[in-house]
Every structure is written in C-alpha cells, then in structure tokens.
Ligand binder design. Sequence first.
Ligand code: AFP
Length: 343
Amino acid sequence: MVYLTRVVYNARHLTLFKLAGLSMQTVQHIFEQNKTPKPLVAAINAVLDASKEIAFLLQKGAMGGVLGCADQENVQGETQKKLDVISNDLLKDTLKACPEVAGIASEEEDFPVPANKDGEFLVIFDPLDGSSNIDINVTVGTIFSILPSNGGDGSDEKTYLQSGRNQLAAGYVLYGPSTLLVMTTGQGVDIFTMDPTTKEFVLTDCQSKITPSTQEFAINMSNQRFWAKPMQNYVADLLQGEEGKLGKRYNMRWIAAMVAEVHRIISRGGIFMYPWDNRDPSKPGKLRLMYEGNPMSMLVEQAGGLSSNGDIAIMDIQPEKIHQRVPVILGSKEEVETALSYQ
Ligand code: AFP
C-alpha cells in the first residue's frame, strides 16, 4: 500500500515538473550542462554527501539522541550544540577523504585543518547555521564556500585569507520542511530540492533572481540601542511605513538563522541586516566573513542583489582572520541602496 502510494505520488510529481516546464534534472546533470570542472564537482559532492547525513539526523530529531548541548564551546566562546559538533565532524571527515580538497576551515574548528597535499581547493563552512533553532525544530542550514588552494598548505591560515571574489563555488543546504540546495559556481543561482526517496538533489528553480524592490526587512530589533546612528535612522524610517520618507509600509521577519533569511530573500526579495553594534568592540557585527558573509554575498550578487558591510561590497573585503566578523546588509538591490544611502 505504501509502495503504491509512492508510485502514484511519484507519477504526479513528474507530471507537475513537466507542467512547470522543468525536466527532472539532478544537480549532477546541471554540473555537466554548466561544464563545471570535475575536481570542483568532487569537492561540492563531498559537501552534499555530508549534508544528506545531516538532513537524516535532523529528521530523526529527538529519536536520534542528537538534540541538546555538547558541553563544550567553540573558538568564539559559543556553546556548541551536539548537532554542531556532529555536523562539523561529518563534513570534516567527508572532505578530508576527498583528494581534491587541500584543507578545510569551519566555524567549529579553532584552526584550519589540512586534508590532501595536492588538493586544488579549500572548503570553508558553517556546518549548522542557526543552531539555536535545532531544539525547537525550526530551519537550519549548512553554508559552504570553495576557494582555490593555489598550491598552498591547507594548514596555513594565510592561504585561506582570500577575498570573496576568489570563490569558485558557494551555497547552502537548507534543512526545512524540505531539504534544499541553493548553489552558484558563478553562473547564476540554482535551487534544488532533495527528493526524499532517492536522496538526489533535483532542479526545482533555475537562475533565481532577487526582486529589486521589497517591503520586507529582517533585523534583530532587540539590538536597536547598540546600532550606529545611521542604521537607527534607516530602521526608524522603515517603521514609519507609508507615513515616513520611504513612503511604503514594511513587514518584518526574524528567523535567527541567516541561511533561512537569505533563502526567503532569494525566494521573494527583502533586506537582511546584522549591522555593526557597540556591544563588544572586538566584534564588529555578529556574523563571520569567511563562512557566512562571503558565500551568502556570492549567492546574493549572482541573483542580482547587493551585499555590503555598510561601506564596501562584502566580497571586496581582504580577510585578516578565519573567524573574522563582519557587519552585513544584503538583499534586494534598491532597498540595500536605500539602506546604504543612510550610512
Ligand atoms: P547560531 O548558528 O550560533 O545560532 O547563530 C546564527 C547566526 O550566526 C545567524 O545565522 C543569525 O542571523 C544570527 O546568528 C542570529 O543572531 P541573534 O542571536 O541576534 O538572533
């Protein structure tokens, strides 16, 4: 009976795809179509293999015994969730086993980890972004960025300190009601949905574009008093709606997972901000440049949006440290331009 339901469901699923003008193209078809170099495909596939395991563990939830805290902190002093540690280990082990990968850097690793001496790529990732959402069964995601190793040693932090413009691929796997892969190799942004029966990522939206204007913003309003004056003024004008100088009514969203906020913006437009604030002078913003700011900026720019630290494009920043923090303003082009006009 279950089998029959599945057959009927899959037949209907295929029909829907045909109706939408999309054939059942897997991510591997798209790699071939885009002529993505084979070594890069191997590195991306390693990330995808690990992410499928992570998706499986997340689906098991409390039954898998993986919820809750790990009784340890990462290099940034944040309490790690068990799934932060497990996801990091899954990605680390899978990437180390991939000969094309020279080294990895992760939010959950104090220092870069060398992998293979002749590897062509450095893979930088946030294994589980938005991990405070895990225990409440809300969306989280794996964010990744792939840089050339330039023959460098995967253990040397300096080899990783390349601007976001050097990224060869960037993307995220979103673990929500469905598991999605949103990725770019510099030829636009494609969205794939993981078929729960075959575990294949199937193309469900190609060449996604962010609408240039929006009436939706995302910011953690509880930090308002810590922001710089220009950001306070901009958000005050957003709140004024049609009665203020921006002349339109805005809605607000906050999921506490950048990966989900960026996905909403790619899907229907919006602006996301985690601006500079004065809570801790050693942290100019909460988000991390190398594994949050840069990969998300590549996706946003490839989808026609803008991404800035309030001063310059995030991908133009020359990184100084692997765990460097960065203020972030990104999303619909016109709205980001408006926000930047206040700075
Ligand atoms: P965690 O992965 O540690 O939960 O942090 C998520 C995040 O880096 C980013 O994804 C969110 O946009 C932001 O932090 C949420 O921060 P708040 O705690 O201020 O809501």
